[in-house]
Ligand binder design. Structure first.
Ligand SMILES: [Cu+2]
Length: 202
């Protein structure tokens, strides 16, 4: 009898954890529609700052490549505090810089130039948008969207997005897009899939 009880304790703990995790988090899914903009692709949808909640800088770095004279991907969303590795895959040297973050010119930065196959890290500690440019190739352009929460996604060709592992709660969703105005939506996550359709206008 004693042994059975002992054996059942881990099972009970596991069951409790399982039910807790099932009811604790969900996902936010939806579609972004556009008005006056040519594409609903590469629009960032993110959960806005949650009062009283902060997030640690992720240990995993995110890579943005410079390949065939383009930034790949064109739009990258990261959590505040993320280190981005700027990789150069071209045989020419680029000169990556951003003139501001969220129009704050004090946050301008020039990464300099480095050879093929090498990368240079930069930690983005300010929420906002960094517009990536190259001093050598004026046609090069990319964006780093620094989100206040780890709950974000970038839309696919159809404008669809999916934000996984969002704890239960009531949130404000915001969008960033290259050509459109920011849009907001509210969403309630409660242990399952919450959906939010958003329209981004020019
Ligand atoms: Cu370049």
């Amino acid at each position: 009898m004693k042994n059975i009880k002992k054996a059942l304790i881990p099972v009970a703990i596991f069951a409790a954890l399982l039910s807790a995790s099932v009811s604790w988090a969900g996902e936010i899914k939806g579609k972004v529609s556009v008005q006056g903009i040519k594409s609903a692709e590469e629009i960032v949808v993110y959960v806005d700052a949650i009062p009283g909640k902060t997030f640690n800088a992720p240990s995993q770095h995110v890579t943005i490549d410079q390949k065939k004279m383009t930034f790949v991907p064109h739009v990258t969303a990261v959590l505040k505090g993320t280190t981005v590795e700027f990789l150069n895959s071209d045989s020419v040297g680029h000169n990556v810089y951003w003139p501001s973050i969220n129009n704050n010119k004090k946050l301008a930065h020039n990464m300099g130039t480095w050879p093929k196959g090498q990368s240079k890290p930069f930690q983005f500690n300010d929420v906002g948008v960094a517009s990536l440019l190259c001093n050598v190739h004026p046609e090069m352009s990319g964006y780093v969207v620094i989100a206040p929460t780890p709950y974000f996604a970038v839309t696919n060709k159809e404008g669809e997005y999916e934000i996984k592992n969002v704890p239960d709660g009531h949130y404000t969703l915001k969008t960033w897009s290259e050509d459109g105005k920011p849009a907001t939506a509210t969403v309630n996550v409660s242990g399952g899939t919450a959906s939010a359709e958003i329209t981004v206008k020019k």
